[in-house]
Design a protein around this ligand. Structure first.
Ligand code: FES
Ligand code: MG
Length: 591
């Protein structure tokens, strides 16, 4: 065993408990019938779970069913015993009403499995958007040795000689359809072209973001995020991941040793540098709170806002997942940050037992068009602003996606270059938006701001990805491609729209968004970080009193038991939309 620290495996309590031979026999006998012997189960070899997120229902992660075979080989090779088991599937694009509803459900299920079965360490098979935070949150709560394995992005999509990115292409194709430039079959051709292989979205959407951040947090082997799903290197790293988790169990290297405050600060910086999704603060704040690590949206602004965008991936840039991999992926980004002393904590430890700094130092990208130099970035200040005011206590804005067209229209007053005002058009959720956006009676022009509410964790159970709203077709035909959008929902990471989103508290929790009315004048000041309805405090208070007298902000009926359970105990987006009672259970494997 060399210098490995000997410590008691928790699986001994099931399979090798001299104090209770009766229970030991009962635990053992049923695990014998798929090929394990009693000697193996009682050999003191670590039992490693593979938390399998792939299934036919979750095609983004389905390739994990294949990769798990390589993980098993690695686990056996290193002397471990492997138990693979399913995680509640989450497919971003397949789940009604929204995949976010299921993040906490998958989390809860995985916590029970990791706590309640004889598992000494676990391989978390991550990929599609919410599978990554669900797995990391569960590992955080249970706190047994854990290592993440990405399924990897799809190959690049191509259409008529141009890269087409999954997710992102849908936004573009919708615009082309709305303006009559393509028909329905052209629309489908474009969308299909962006899905050429197994794997998750090849754009810098929430999946690439969260997989990159899992690596930046130290939870994946170096380079593990960016390898495309079908590449041979993906199978190799699956094998190495299986080998490594066995050693992590011997070393008792736990999530709380890796996902420290320092690791989260590193991840926030990497998120800005890669142009990460606005869903990242929700998920990282959630993981942190399950570890008891303080982290909030002020941290995201303070640590992340001024970091430049270095990774040139769609939707902000030009390239896709294969290019990101060939450019060096997360290690090349981290190394470039380190050359400019911009990675706050190079000493943070990672799953391979080395620091992130030691893993990445000195790496130089081979594709400087894809991973740009820190001092010649795609955009300056690529992080998020955390806006506040009488509309909400916290809402995120990614200012780096503000287009030239948008900037010239809204941020061009030389006396006041960072503020703009507009007339509010308020939609009560996505159905109202779709039904009425082209309604001429709303008289929407370029001086309007589009609001959507009732779309937060309580309002639209789980929170809808709907804040990025297109202007009416009539405005698009006039060349106005985006209006300011504000809402208590989320926005797809594959959309490049300059929205103010994740507003907390949401309308359904009686935040300021519940009180705004169509026609109100609203002022956004990006310099001051404020967002306010321009009415008096007295009138605002009166509106609140009136709404409370009507019984509060109306929300839709629950459709399933889980919707009701989650709505009764979920926190707001700025707090990671965690289940409030869950965060007090920390380090549960050791309690
Ligand atoms: Fe699953 Fe994009 S829809 S990763
Ligand atoms: Mg998404």
């Amino acid at each position: 065993m060399g210098d490995k620290k000997e410590h008691q495996l928790r699986s001994r309590a099931w399979f090798n408990n001299p104090d209770n031979p009766g229970m030991t026999a009962l635990y053992i006998e049923r695990y014998l019938n798929f090929g394990l012997t009693r000697e193996e189960l009682q050999s003191g070899r670590p039992i490693i779970g593979i938390a399998q997120t792939g299934s036919d229902l979750s095609p983004c992660n389905r390739h994990h069913l294949e990769l798990a075979k390589r993980v098993r080989e690695g686990i056996r090779e290193a002397g471990g015993i492997c138990f693979e088991f399913p995680v509640h599937p989450i497919q971003e694009t397949g789940k009604r009403p929204t995949a976010t509803l299921d993040r906490n459900l998958a989390y809860l299920g995985l916590v029970e499995l990791l706590y309640g079965y004889p598992i000494d360490g676990v391989v978390l098979t991550i990929g599609c958007d919410k599978t990554t935070p669900a797995c990391l949150m569960a590992a955080a709560t249970v706190n047994i040795p854990a290592i993440a394995l990405s399924v990897g992005p799809m190959l690049n999509g191509w259409y008529k000689g141009e890269r087409t990115g999954s997710g992102t292409i849908v936004w573009k194709a919708r615009e082309l359809l709305a303006s009559g430039e393509i028909d329905m079959s052209g629309f489908m051709d474009l969308v299909e072209s962006a899905t050429p292989s197994v794997g998750y979205c090849n754009t810098m959407g929430t999946a690439t973001t969260m997989n990159s951040l899992a690596e930046a947090l130290g939870m994946e082997l170096p380079g593990g995020a960016a390898i495309p799903a079908p590449y041979r290197q993906r199978g190799h790293i699956a094998y190495e991941t299986g080998r490594r988790i066995v050693d992590m169990v011997h070393e008792d290297l736990k999530p709380s040793d890796i996902m420290t405050r320092q690791a989260f600060e590193n991840a926030i910086v990497v998120n800005s540098a890669i142009g990460g999704s606005t869903n990242a603060p929700i998920h990282l704040n959630a993981i942190a709170s399950h570890l008891g690590v303080p982290l909030d949206n002020d941290d995201w602004q303070d640590i992340g806002h001024d970091v430049p965008l270095m990774v040139n991936l769609q939707p902000a840039g030009d390239y896709l997942g294969e290019d990101y991999f060939h450019a060096g992926g997360v290690p090349a980004v981290v190394a470039e940050l380190m050359r400019h002393n911009a990675l706050p904590h190079p000493d943070a430890v990672t799953v391979n037992g080395r620091s992130i700094g030691d893993n990445c130092r000195g790496i130089v990208t081979d594709l400087p068009d894809v991973i740009l130099p820190y001092d010649e970035p795609l955009k300056e200040r690529a992080g998020f602003l955390n806006l506040k005011g009488n509309l909400f206590d916290s809402a995120i804005m990614k200012t780096s996606v503000i287009s030239e067209e948008f900037r010239n229209r809204y941020l061009s007053n030389p006396d006041d270059p960072e503020a703009f005002e507009g007339r509010a058009i308020v939609f009560e959720g996505p159905e109202d938006y779709h039904d009425n956006i082209d309604n001429p009676e709303l008289d929407i022009d370029e001086n309007c701001m589009l609001f959507i509410r009732g779309t937060g964790p309580i309002g639209y159970p789980g929170g809808a990805e709907v804040v990025n709203m297109q202007p009416p077709a009539a405005l698009i035909k006039r060349g106005i491609h985006s209006l300011p959008c504000i809402g208590d929902g989320r926005q797809s990471g594959t959309s490049g729209s300059p929205s103010i989103l994740n507003a907390s508290p949401e309308a359904a929790a009686m935040g300021g968004l519940a009180l705004i009315q169509t026609g109100d004048l609203v002022r956004i000041d990006l310099g001051k970080g404020t967002a306010n309805i321009l009415i008096s405090d007295e009138e605002l208070a009166q509106r609140r009193t009136d709404l409370e007298a009507e019984g509060g902000f109306a929300v839709a009926e629950n459709q399933t038991p889980w919707q009701e359970i989650q709505r009764s105990m979920i926190d707001q987006f700025d707090k990671g939309m965690v289940l409030k009672p869950a965060v007090k259970y920390q380090d549960v494997a050791h309690t």
